[in-house]
Design a protein around this ligand. Structure first.
Ligand code: 6CS
Length: 335
């Protein structure tokens, strides 16, 4: 075989082997470490893409490319192809995404919650349109676990939050929600939280148990309070021009990999909250974990209407539609 025919043969193989597209490296950034929930999701996505195409997925965990806002911007500009960013940070860009911070809106029951994420019209139809306006292809949204409050002083009701500076993600409705809870919300990017708790710039923060454990939030706070007010939602997106420019078979590889990663992460989270709380208790036995009673939760729950009303004011032009559809989706998931 001559060099000429070899080249032609290998080119043909390359073209046929990759279904008409060249093998590419796709860059994917997320807001957590490789062994945290977003990292486990990302690894499954990478494994599926690489098993079903000639493409490679290069993963960039938290800290390698900047804060959450930076990786989103890098994806919008096409430097990255994929980004996992939570609505906690997307709220100022896509005001409707703040709906995830109306307290006590998402169900506490895991089966209902998972059904909602799988079947929700809001997530599968409305949000993709809203993300598309920002140059983003919304691939999926998924839950990361019950959000818990960690503080330096015990909390059993709004009165205990008087002058407590609670760090929240940079989301205006989340700020509003903690104000309604009686606290002093302090929006900060993630990278400033541990140091902020050490130096006393903030007195508390909220996150799922796995994250409180893996990021050692228990070292700089003493009490965990389960208000039952929310579950942490996050989202995987692609740069829209990149996604739209792909051949159909590559788009399908991405959609299938997203579905496989979604199923995997739901499975992975079975029992994760309790295991994480156990690890925290072993690492720091004096850490308290308090699940508020329904009676103790009542004053927090009562803020929901007020926060919902604020969402309708600041949640963008489609706020009402999003809230109505979300409630219909949640009702469907409950049956
Ligand atoms: O609180 C935060 O900012 C972070 N929490 C989680 C669970 N994931 C990433 C995010 O940056």
């Amino acid at each position: 075989m001559t060099i000429k025919t070899l080249t032609a043969a290998s080119l043909t193989a390359l073209v046929l082997g990759s279904g008409g597209a060249f093998a590419d490296t796709w860059r994917y950034a997320f807001e957590e470490a490789l062994d945290e929930v977003q990292g486990v999701f990302a690894q499954k996505f990478k494994e599926e893409v690489e098993a079903n195409s000639d493409h490679e997925v290069q993963l960039f965990p938290f800290g390698t490319l900047g804060e959450s806002d930076n990786i989103l911007e890098q994806t919008q500009s096409g430097i990255l192809q994929f980004v996992n960013q939570s609505p906690g940070f997307t709220g100022s860009l896509i005001p409707e995404a703040q709906v995830f911070f109306v307290p006590y809106l998402l169900p506490e029951d895991d089966q209902q919650l998972f059904k909602f994420f799988r079947e929700s019209e809001t997530i599968n139809r409305i949000f993709p349109e809203l993300y598309a306006e920002q140059g983003l292809e919304l691939l999926t949204m998924y839950p990361e676990g019950e959000v818990m409050l960690t503080t330096k002083q015990p909390v059993t009701g709004p009165a205990d939050l008087g002058d407590v500076k609670v760090r929240v993600m940079t989301n205006p409705l989340l700020v509003e929600s903690y104000q309604a809870f009686g606290a002093t919300p302090t929006p900060l990017p993630w990278g400033e939280v541990y140091g902020g708790l050490q130096t006393g710039i903030i007195d508390g923060q909220e996150n799922p148990a796995f994250f409180i454990e893996s990021t050692r939030m228990y070292e700089v706070t003493d009490h965990i309070t389960r208000l039952g007010h929310n579950n942490f939602t996050t989202a995987l997106m692609a740069n829209k021009d990149f996604f739209d420019g792909l051949p159909e078979e590559d788009q399908k590889v991405i959609e299938d990999a997203t579905q496989a990663a979604f199923d995997h992460i739901i499975e992975y989270q079975q029992g994760l909250t309790e295991t994480s709380l156990d690890k925290i208790k072993s690492a720091k036995p004096e850490m308290t974990v308090t699940t508020l009673t329904e009676e103790q939760r009542a004053p927090f729950r009562e803020t929901a209407d007020q926060v919902e009303a604020t969402f309708l004011e600041i949640g963008g032009p489609r706020a009402q539609e999003v809230l109505d559809q979300m409630k219909a989706d949640l009702e469907a998931a409950a049956n």
